[in-house]
Design a binder for this molecule. Structure first.
Ligand code: GLC
Length: 719
């Protein structure tokens, strides 16, 4: 009862709570978020700007129960660490400290044959959270959009076998879980970089359990509608800075194009086939003996001149950089690192393992001195004429067994704690290099943790050329997006294995709204460049590419809004239709922004499929109107099942014209433009305009006008 509580005071907004498990600290961060944590929680690798609310918090204690109120939110925590959160009097979160429950049984026989068993990692601490709501988040994972019934582990893992639903972990570990309710969604960010398990309504059908053996309890809770929860989380941990405009075009990759002349041939292949292209990646074979920051001059002679030529031809070149550094005396990077003690150590000695270059050492990226050293090399490499950096093998991957848990990865932080933030720290260093070079950031990374998107975008690693992975890419990318990552993608066509022409053509359509649109394939697999496709697949791929190029203004606008306003670009339908339960586990339809809906074919031979429209939509290509409800739509080769919400405008680019493609006479859209590269947009050199049609009359409402318009004409066209 409220009146029994005696009041507590705090000058800095941080309150101490005594519990059976030790002292906890509590503070509100806003009227919809708070933090509960152990006093000796380590400095977070990602949280910036968590400022406690100092005034207006009512804090009191009754017996062993603490009660904190700020605005509509009441948080009660008792001695047993039973946490109850109410918003407007309604219980939205009920969690208790987890007592030890380790699944018993010896499963080693099954594991010997390589089976995945449901053994957890022996975790003993954590939270038991009552939950009957759909669960989203956790970043890059296999499995469906709604994660209930699945088990996941936070331990960045490079497993090139076909990623299936039973995989507990992939390359990234984002401990952000969303318990969805149309009005009262709860987001939990458990900031612990050690290995952590998430049992999502699996062992207990009515609870999410978060378990960990090591590390401190450091929990951030976000409350409100789904968009607000994500916005709060990304404001705290970081957002993807806007990528350059070219990054929305077609990107081509291959392990590996072995020479400059081969890359030139690929560029010509695209041109001759009338397929637009904006970027080619150089995989590991451009290097001299797989040594980072070197270029094999016999394959890429006069690299700076060649890069300049490509730039003039409108093609960006992005090289791969791996975490493992070749251990070879006389190699400048190794020598510099050895001289300054920049590599990870084991028992005081430089730690060695094996990666592409053979015997390798691992930069101690957790150390800021090492980050600075790496940043200098990234800057130099960029200044050679590269347009971005593709960071790989940074889980870190190793070929001679996993790194021991006690490898020191910088500042005395051991592998067991540093593992999940090793890639994060590598790209943090890289981002410093971009900053020093005064360049707009364009990095990809394979490994990551919460907040990594502040420094790098993500591609989802080694998928395969199978329909299952085309299907997987939708919920996987949607959950990455819900976890705050804006510029994301999977290898189109699939990386491992041989893509059939049909799969490749279907993936070009199925990935049409993926912010990163990159075709990549592995060494030893069938060539996957789209200009090699036979008909009708080649034309289908070309049509998808051309449409993709047209819609770039709309894609770009949403990425700008994601950075500056915390909305998300690629969206599951539930983000836009939170009241419509049909959307809660929709794994085969995907949205971009508020208005674009893609309903792709995910099977070979398919000619038509079921589509669900939560309101009226219009087909982008045919102009056919689909009223709210269920329909069969055409998804044969050559069909592009992309739809615009009725009442929306799609801003597309056609040559020098900006075309406002309108779905009705009363419609609107936001449109963003800037110099398309560089950092001047941060100084106000951009325009954000609301275009509105009112009974067919165009109204232009500038929200910010910081540059002169890029397009000669703005014209309205009806679908
Ligand atoms: C890893 C990457 C892949 C790359 C290969 C060679 O498997 O995930 O994209 O092509 O290494 O560098």
């Amino acid at each position: 009862m409220e009146h029994a509580f005696t009041s507590l005071s705090s000058e800095d907004g941080i309150f101490l709570i005594e519990t059976r498990f030790g002292i906890r600290k509590f503070c509100f961060l806003s009227d919809s978020s708070f933090r509960l944590y152990e006093p000796d929680s380590p400095i977070s690798p990602c949280v910036q700007g968590a400022v406690p609310v100092r005034e207006g918090v009512k804090a009191s204690k009754d017996g062993s129960t603490y009660r904190f109120q700020y605005g509509k939110v009441v948080v009660e925590v008792d001695e047993e660490l039973h946490i109850q959160v109410r918003v407007d009097g309604e219980l939205v979160l009920d969690a208790t400290q987890l007592s030890v429950t380790i699944q018993g049984g010896d499963f080693s026989l099954a594991e010997k044959e390589g089976h995945h068993t449901s053994r957890d990692s022996g975790a003993q601490h954590g939270l038991h959270i009552l939950n009957d709501r759909p669960v989203y988040g956790l970043g890059e994972r296999t499995g469906p959009l709604d994660k209930r019934g699945y088990f996941y582990t936070n331990w960045n893992t490079d497993d090139p076998s076909a990623h299936v639903d039973t995989f507990p972990s992939l390359y990234q570990s984002i401990p952000f879980v969303i318990l969805f309710d149309p009005k009262a969604t709860v987001g939990l960010f458990i900031d612990n970089t050690y290995r952590m398990d998430f049992d999502i309504n699996k062992s207990d059908e009515h609870a999410v359990e978060v378990r960990y053996e090591k590390g401190c309890q450091d929990i951030y809770v976000f409350l409100g509608a789904l968009p607000e929860v994500i916005k709060g989380y990304t404001a705290l941990t970081g957002r993807n800075p806007l990528v350059p405009y070219w990054a929305l075009g077609a990107q081509q990759c291959r392990w590996s194009y072995p020479s400059a002349s081969k890359v030139d041939e690929v560029i010509k292949g695209y041109r001759d086939a009338d397929m637009p292209l904006s970027c080619v990646y150089l995989d590991i074979d451009y290097m001299d003996a797989y040594k980072d920051f070197t270029v094999d001059a016999s394959k890429f002679p006069n690299i700076a001149t060649w890069l300049k030529q490509k730039e003039e031809d409108g093609i960006k070149i992005v090289p791969i950089i791996d975490a493992g550094v070749k251990a070879e005396e006389g190699y400048f990077l190794y020598d510099e690192g050895m001289e300054h003690g920049y590599f990870s150590t084991l028992n005081g000695e430089t730690y060695h393992n094996e990666v592409w270059p053979g015997d390798s050492v691992f930069p101690a990226f957790i150390d800021e001195r090492v980050q600075q050293w790496w940043a200098n090399h990234i800057k130099e490499f960029l200044e050679l004429g590269f347009a971005g950096i593709w960071n790989d093998m940074n889980e870190p991957a190793s070929f001679r067994g996993p790194l021991p848990m006690d490898v020191d990865m910088g500042k005395g932080i051991l592998h067991e704690q540093a593992h999940n933030i090793y890639g994060h720290s590598m790209v943090k260093a890289g981002a410093k290099g971009f900053e020093q070079a005064n360049r707009r950031l364009f990095q990809l990374t394979r490994a990551g943790y919460a907040g990594t998107c502040r420094y790098s975008s993500t591609w989802a690693g080694d998928n395969q050329s199978i329909y299952d992975h085309l299907r997987l890419s939708l919920p996987q990318l949607m959950n990455m997006s819900l976890s705050g990552q804006a510029y994301i993608g999977v290898d189109l066509g699939g990386f491992g294995g041989d893509a059939t022409p049909e799969l490749l053509a279907r993936w070009a359509v199925g990935g049409l709204l993926n912010p990163l649109y990159r075709n990549h394939s592995a060494l030893g697999t069938k060539d996957q460049e789209p200009y090699l496709l036979p008909e009708p697949y080649k034309s289908a791929y070309r049509d998808a590419l051309k449409l993709r190029y047209k819609i770039r203004p709309a894609l770009y606008t949403e990425l700008y809004l994601a950075e500056t306003q915390g909305s998300i670009a690629l969206r599951p339908m539930v983000y836009n239709y939170p009241e419509d339960s049909r959307t809660y586990n929709e794994n085969t339809q995907v949205m971009y922004g508020r208005d674009l809906l893609l309903i792709p074919s995910l099977f070979p031979g398919q000619l038509c499929r079921a589509a669900y429209f939560p309101e009226d939509y219009v087909h982008i290509v045919t102009g056919k109107v689909y009223p709210k409800g269920d329909h069969l739509i055409d998804v044969g080769i050559g069909d592009i099942p992309l739809f615009l919400r009725k009442g929306a405008i799609l801003a597309i680019e056609e040559g020098e014209e900006l075309v406002l493609l309108a779905s009705s006479k009363d419609a609107e859209t936001l449109y963003y433009e800037d110099a398309r590269d560089g950092l001047e947009y941060r100084k106000g050199e951009y325009s954000l305009i609301r275009y509105r049609l009112q009974d067919g009359k165009l109204i232009t409402e500038p929200i910010h006008e910081g540059i002169s318009p890029r397009h000669k004409n703005v014209i309205v066209r009806y679908l």
